[in-house]
Design a protein around this ligand. Structure first.
Ligand SMILES: Cc1ncc(C[n+]2csc(CCOP(=O)(O)OP(=O)(O)O)c2C)c(N)n1
Length: 676
C-alpha cells in the first residue's frame, strides 16, 4: 500500500489536476533548461511524461530521500534513460541529497552527477544505469522478482514494495523487452508496474514508420494487465495506478503523452526528442506553460509542495524500522546478513575441503561438473545464492540437488528457469543484484555470451556481483559444430573493463574460481567451463587460492628453464604434456596456468615478471582466438589455438585437426629455441 498521504492543505492543493500540472511544469522547466545549458540531451520525454511522474512520486511511490537505500522502498527505474533529466529533476525536487541546481546546470559535463544517461552510483536515488534501451526494463523484472523472493523468505512486514518503470517506445521495441516481460508475465510478478510513454514518436519520426504492434494486446498475451490512459490527465493516471496496486499480474499502463509538451513548435514531433529546443522554443514554452521563472529557479510554494511529497515516505520508513527492530532476532539477523552482501566465513574452508578432495582423488571430470560439485558446497553455505539457466540446466549443471525452483506465484525457491532468454536473464540478474539480498548466478553456453553481452557490460559498469556460468567453452564441445564453438568470445569478454573472465583447468581451480567470483563484490564474472572431461592438474593440495593471482607456475622446469607454456582451462593439460616432451629432450620447460588474465594483470610487476620469466621462450595455448595473447608472448612467442571458426566433429579430432596438441606446442617451442 502507498504511504498514508499528509493532510496538509498545501499538498492537497497540488493533488488537483492544476496543482499536478504546476508541479509537473517544474520538471519540464528543469529539463528544457538543463538540455539548453548543455546544448545537448533529450528534453522531449521528460516534458511529455512530467505529469505521469508527478502523480507517481507525489501519490504512489514509497520512498524516503533522507534514507535512499531503505531496503523496503519502492524501486523506480527510468528505463528510457535518454530522458535522464526527468530523474534528476525528480531527485532534486523531492529532496534527495546528491543533485543540486548547480549539478543540473552542468548536465552532461565532466564531474556532474547528471550524466547524459542515469548512472548507478552517481547520486542516491538512481537505482540502475540506463540508456541502452530495454535494459532498465530487464533490470526491473529482476528487481520485482528479487522483491518477491525476499518477501517469500522474510514476510510482508519486512519486504513488500513495488517496482515502477518508465519505459518508452524504444524500450518496448527492443527484443530484450519481449524476453524480460514474458518472463515477468509467466512468473506473475504483480508488484511490477510499467508506465509506458506512449507518445508515438521516436528518433526517425512517427513510430508507425517501423511498428504496428498492438502493445496492449501483446502485453495481455504475455500475462500482463494492460490499459491505456491519457498521460496528460493526472486523475486518469492516478486511477490507473490505484487499480494497479491490487493487480494479480504485472501491469502496463500505456500513457498517451505528447513528446516535448509545452514547446510551441516542436511538441509532438521528433524534433523534441534529442536536441536542445533552442532559445525561441524555450521562451515559447515558458509562455505556454505559464512558467515565468528564470532557469533552475523553482518558486517557493512549488518547492515546498515537492519537498512535502518527498517527506511523505519517512513515516512508512520509520514504521518499517520499528517492524525490523521487533522482528525475531534470528530472522532479523539473516535478513541483515542477506542484505549485507557478505560471504560467510564458512565458505572458504568448505571450498578448501573440496579442493583437497579433488587433489586426493584426481578425477577426470569436466569443469562444468566440478562447478556443479562446488555449487553443492557453496549453496549449502550461502543461502542467498540464486541459480538459474537459460534452458540449458542439464548442460550447464547449475542446479544442485536440493534447490527448489521458482515458479509462478512460488518465490521461496532458489533456482530460476529463465527460459531461452539469455539477454533477459542477464538483465534480470543485474536487477536482482541491484535490488539486494541475493547473489545471482546463471547458466548458458559461452557462445551465447554474445546474447548477454549488453547486460554484462552494464553489470561491469555498475560494479555488480553477478556470476555467469558459461559452459561448452571451446571447440572441445565437439559435434555441435561451428555455430556453437566459441572462438573470439574469451577475447571479447576480456575486453570488457571490470569483468572477470575465469577459465579454470580442473576441479581445484574451479573451486578456487567460485571463491574468487563470490568474493568479487564489485565486479561481474564469467566462468568459462569445459564440456569435456579434463585431468586433474593440481596434484598436491594447497589451501591457498592460487587462481586468485590470475596466473601461477603450475609446473617448474627441471634444470634451467628455457620455455614457458602459458595455458588456460582445458589446454593446461596439453601444456603439461608439451612440457614433458621437452623435458624428455633435456630442455627445461615450465607451465603457467592462467585462469584469469585480468587478475594476473592486476598483480605487481615483480610477480608478473617472475611468472612470465623473460629469459624463456613463450608458447601460449588456448583453443580460442589469439587476440590479446601478444601481450604475454611478445613478438617472438608462439600461439597455439584457433585462427578461424571450428567444425563439427568429435572434440579429440578437432584438437588434432586444428593443431592444438602437445606435439605442436613442443615443436613451436623448439623452432623458436633454434632461432635464438
Ligand atoms: C539499444 C539502443 N538502441 C538505440 C538507442 C538510441 N536511441 C536513444 S532514444 C531512441 C528512440 C527514441 O524513441 P522512444 O524510445 O520512443 O523515446 P522518445 O523519443 O519518445 O523519448 C534511440 C533509438 C539506444 N539508446 N539504445
Amino acid at each position: 500500500m502507498p504511504p498514508t498521504p499528509t493532510t496538509n492543505t498545501a499538498t492537497e492543493l497540488f493533488r488537483s489536476k492544476d496543482g499536478v500540472r504546476r508541479m509537473a511544469n517544474a520538471i519540464r522547466a528543469l529539463a528544457m533548461d538543463a538540455v539548453q545549458a548543455a546544448n545537448s540531451g533529450h528534453p522531449g520525454m521528460p516534458m511529455g511524461m512530467a505529469d505521469v511522474a508527478t502523480v507517481l512520486f507525489s501519490r504512489f511511490l514509497k520512498f524516503d530521500p533522507s534514507d535512499p537505500s531503505w531496503p523496503d522502498r519502492d524501486r523506480f527505474v527510468l528505463s528510457a534513460g535518454h530522458g535522464s533529466m526527468l530523474l534528476y529533476a525528480l531527485l532534486y525536487l523531492t529532496g534527495y541529497d546528491g543533485i543540486t541546481p548547480d549539478d543540473m546546470k552542468r548536465f552532461r559535463q565532466w564531474g556532474s552527477p547528471c550524466a547524459g544517461h542515469p548512472e548507478y552510483g552517481h547520486a542516491p536515488g538512481i537505482e540502475t544505469t540506463t540508456g541502452p534501451l530495454g535494459q532498465g526494463l530487464g533490470n526491473a523484472v529482476g528487481m520485482a522478482l528479487a522483491e518477491r523472493m525476499l518477501n517469500a523468505r522474510f514476510g510482508d512486514g519486512l519486504v513488500d514494495h513495488k517496482t515502477y518503470v518508465i519505459a518508452s517506445d524504444g524500450d518496448l521495441m527492443e527484443g530484450i523487452s519481449h524476453e524480460a516481460c514474458s518472463l515477468a508475465g509467466h512468473l506473475k510478478l504483480n508488484h511490477l508496474i510499467v508506465l509506458y510513454d506512449d507518445n508515438n514518436i521516436s528518433i526517425d519520426g512517427s513510430t508507425q514508420l517501423a511498428d504496428s504492434n498492438d502493445t496492449l494486446l501483446r502485453f495481455e498475451a504475455m500475462g500482463w494487465a494492460a490499459s491505456r490512459v491519457d498521460g496528460l490527465d493526472a486523475d486518469a493516471v492516478a486511477a490507473a495506478l490505484a487499480a494497479a496496486q491490487k493487480s494479480d499480474r504485472p501491469v502496463l499502463i500505456a500513457c498517451k503523452t505528447v513528446i516535448g509538451f509545452g514547446a510551441p513548435k516542436r511538441a509532438g514531433t521528433a524534433k523534441a526528442h534529442g536536441e536542445a529546443l533552442g532559445p525561441d522554443e524555450v521562451a515559447g514554452a515558458r509562455i505556454a506553460l505559464n512558467w515565468p521563472y528564470p532557469p533552475f529557479e523553482i518558486p517557493s510554494d512549488l518547492m515546498a509542495a515537492w519537498r512535502a511529497f518527498g517527506a511523505r515516505g519517512s513515516g512508512a520508513r520509520k514504521a518499517w524500522e520499528a517492524r525490523l527492530a521487533a522482528t525475531q532476532p534470528t530472522l532479523r539477523d539473516s535478513f541483515e546478513t542477506a542484505l549485507s552482501a557478505e560471504i560467510p566465513a564458512s565458505l572458504t574452508p568448505a571450498l578448501i575441503a573440496l579442493k583437497a578432495k579433488f587433489s586426493a582423488e584426481k578425477p577426470s571430470i569436466a569443469t562444468r561438473k566440478a562447478s556443479e560439485m562446488a555449487l553443492e558446497v557453496l549453496n549449502a553455505e550461502l543461502p542467498t545464492a540464486i541459480g538459474g539457466s537459460a534452458d540449458l540446466t542439464p548442460s550447464n549443471l547449475t542446479k544442485t540437488k536440493n534447490d527448489p525452483e521458482i515458479a509462478p506465484g512460488y518465490y521461496a525457491g532458489r533456482y530460476i528457469h529463465y527460459g531461452i532468454r539469455e539477454h533477459g536473464m542477464a538483465a534480470a540478474m543485474n536487477g536482482i543484484a541491484l535490488h539486494g539480498g541475493f547473489v545471482p548466478y546463471s547458466g548458458t553456453f559461452l557462445i551465447f555470451s554474445d546474447y548477454c553481452r549488453p547486460a554484462i557490460r552494464l553489470a561491469a559498469i555498475m560494479k555488480l556481483r553477478v556470476i555467469h556460468v558459461m559452459t561448452h567453452d571451446s571447440i572441445g564441445l565437439g559435434e555441435d559444430g561451428t555455430t556453437h564453438q566459441p572462438i573470439e568470445h574469451l577475447a571479447a569478454l576480456r575486453a570488457i573493463p571490470n569483468l572477470l573472465v575465469l577459465r579454470p583447468a580442473d576441479g581445484v581451480e574451479t573451486a578456487e574460481c567460485w571463491e574468487i567470483a563470490l568474493k568479487a563484490k564489485k565486479r561481474p564474472t564469467v566462468m568459462a567451463l569445459s564440456r569435456q572431461n579434463l585431468a586433474t592438474v593440481r596434484l598436491e593440495h594447497q589451501a591457498e587460492n592460487l587462481s586468485a593471482r590470475g596466473a601461477y607456475v603450475l609446473r617448474e622446469s627441471e634444470g634451467r628453464a628455457q620455455v614457458t607454456f602459458l595455458a588456460t582451462g582445458s589446454e593446461v593439460e596439453i601444456a603439461i604434456a608439451a612440457r614433458e616432451i621437452l623435458q624428455r629432450q633435456n630442455i627445461g620447460a615450465r607451465v603457467v596456468s592462467m585462469p584469469s588474465t585480468e587478475l594476473f594483470d592486476e598483480q605487481d610487476e615483480a610477480y608478473r615478471a617472475r611468472v612470465l620469466d623473460s629469459g624463456t621462450v613463450k608458447v601460449a595455448i588456448e583453443a580460442a582466438s589469439p587476440f590479446g595473447w601478444e601481450r604475454y608472448i611478445g613478438r617472438s612467442g608462439a600461439f597455439i589455438g584457433m585462427h578461424g571458426f571450428g567444425a563439427s566433429a568429435p572434440s579429440k579430432v578437432l584438437y588434432k585437426e586444428f593443431g592444438i596438441t602437445a606435439e605442436a606446442a613442443a615443436e613451436a617451442a623448439l623452432a623458436r629455441l633454434k632461432k635464438d
